[in-house]
Design a protein around this ligand. Structure first.
Ligand code: MN
Length: 507
């Protein structure tokens, strides 16, 4: 392979498929759509929108994304079974550019224990699946599941056969996260050297992070000729997750000199994409996470700060601006008007309908009364609430009052509105949040178990807005909720109600 000219690396995002199927990351159709639209702004090449045959909800969300999201190729996953492939094709129908991604287990472990098929049988199924998919679209990807543990000779054979059948992308997953970078790179080189028709297809990789090596393995694969990387925002996915999109992209971008390759990703959208995923799922990112962690660009030590002040490149290999991270700055105040708000939101990449803007403006005025200075992060949270409101709130918070303190019994009185009904109740608890949740449970009749609860301050200062993200299990399902307010008890109530409304709306 010529390494003189810059090669392009295709970014295949699987946040909505592999990421979403991990426990605690389920999203509603509207949430998936909002994330898919953001992935389009991020300019990924392929969005894997879901696994249509796995559930009616997955089918509907793939279909909706296929209809609405413009730009990237929309892909759907399908087992090597006719019914899966046809259902996938049906869901992808509205997409301008579509890809069917079909897969079969190829390792001894998968053939013997999961599929109970012989190698020739698996090969035949794979070829048939690719042919079937080719009858729906000419963009077909084949994955040899558990490729990293597959017998080499058989892997070469099945790849040659599916390429001959029309697959234009062959994906090499390290499904169980077992590979070591040099070994995985050598596997990719082996495929390039031993599959006779490999030049007719793009080599893709899909690495899992069980040993913390998903990104390293993906980069080793790029060095050895892989030209597509499957990855997920914030590295979410089955078990320890997938290769993190932002780490792969920024490694390649920062070290273009080394890889002689680049992606088409608009890195300035990385921070926003990561935050959107957090606010949708309620699962925070660890502070020291590469690229998108809160501390990723913080220089705390004296020596580092001194170096940074003299010359940024002393300790900075990439700028916070390159991932769209701006310094918090005062943007608007109490006297700012509707136009200023619209303008600022547009600069931040949010386009709201007139109705949504009216609603957000009212919220903005309310907030400006409580808090003198409004920052970008505050606006982001208002827009996030507007998005959350699309969940068609069944219950809305009208009023709440809590008492707590030393040697008092924490008590909450809550008033909710449902349609024209006003519902009021109160409860005690072991703290004001607990009392509030108990009162809401009494009113709504919906009881849930709190699985996680996180609170963060959006900006500096004692008057900052607090944002609560949480996950609640109600029956068999897990719902994420978020809410924000200058009063953290109120933010907690809003987050809980947001989750309950998703449950009520899903009925
Ligand atoms: Mn996977």
């Amino acid at each position: 392979m010529s390494r003189s000219k810059k090669e392009s690396i295709i970014i295949f995002d699987t946040t909505l498929r592999d990421g979403e199927q991990a426990p605690g990351f389920s999203m509603t159709i509207d949430e998936k759509l909002a994330l898919a639209e953001q992935l389009a702004r991020l300019n990924v090449d392929v969005i894997e929108a879901g696994f249509p045959r796995s559930s009616p909800g997955d089918f509907e969300s793939v279909k909706k994304i296929a209809r609405v999201v413009k730009g990237p190729i929309i892909a759907g996953l399908a087992r090597a079974i006719d019914a899966d492939i046809d259902s996938c094709a049906e869901a992808l129908k509205p997409a301008k550019r579509k890809r069917i991604h079909t897969f079969i287990g190829t390792s001894e472990q998968h053939l013997q224990h999961q599929m109970r098929k012989s190698k020739p049988e698996a090969l035949k199924m794979a070829v048939n699946a690719v042919r079937r998919a080719m009858s729906h679209t000419d963009d077909v990807e084949f994955s040899a599941m558990d490729a990293a543990r597959t017998d080499r000779a058989f892997l070469y054979e099945i790849l040659e056969a599916v390429i001959a059948a029309g697959a234009s992308t062959v994906n090499i997953p390290d499904t169980v996260g077992y590979a070591i970078p040099s070994e995985f790179g050598e596997l990719i080189a082996g495929i390039r050297d031993n599959v006779p028709n490999i030049k007719k297809a793009i080599i893709s990789v899909h690495c899992h992070n069980d040993l913390g090596l998903a990104v390293a393995n993906s980069l080793a694969a790029i060095q050895n000729g892989a030209r597509q990387v499957e990855c997920a925002v914030n590295g979410i996915g089955e078990r320890a997750g997938n290769a993190s999109l932002e780490e792969v992209v920024m490694a390649v971008r920062t070290r273009r000199d080394f890889f002689r390759a680049d992606t088409a990703v608009n890195t300035k959208e990385i921070h926003k994409t990561s935050r959107l995923l957090v606010s949708i799922t309620g699962v925070p990112v660890q502070p020291n996470k590469a690229i998108v962690g809160e501390n990723a660009f913080a220089h705390e030590s004296g020596i580092h700060q001194d170096g940074m002040l003299k010359e940024r490149t002393t300790f900075e290999i990439m700028t916070p601006e390159s991932i769209g991270l701006k310094k918090s700055k005062l943007v608007l105040g109490k006297h700012s008007g509707r136009h200023a708000l619209r303008k600022r939101l547009e600069d931040m990449g949010f386009t709201l309908s007139d109705g949504e803007l009216d609603h957000t403006f009212a919220k903005f005025k309310e907030l400006a009364d409580k808090k003198k200075e409004i920052f970008d992060e505050d606006l982001e949270s208002l827009v996030g609430e507007e998005m959350a409101a699309k969940v068609k709130p069944v219950f809305e918070l009208a009023h709440m009052q809590t008492t707590s303190g030393t040697n008092t019994i924490p008590t909450a009185t809550v008033r909710l509105v449902r349609g024209k009904e006003t519902l009021t109740d109160s409860s005690t608890g072991d703290g004001p949040v607990d009392a509030t949740y108990r009162a809401i449970e009494r009113i709504t009749g919906v009881s849930g178990k709190l699985l996680s609860y996180n609170i963060r301050s959006l900006t500096l200062g004692k008057d900052a807005v607090g944002e609560v993200t949480l996950r609640v299990s109600i029956g068999d399902e897990v719902y994420a909720g978020r809410g924000s307010s200058t009063d953290v008890i109120e933010a907690s109530a809003k987050a809980w109600l947001n989750a309950i409304n998703k449950k009520a709306g899903a009925k």
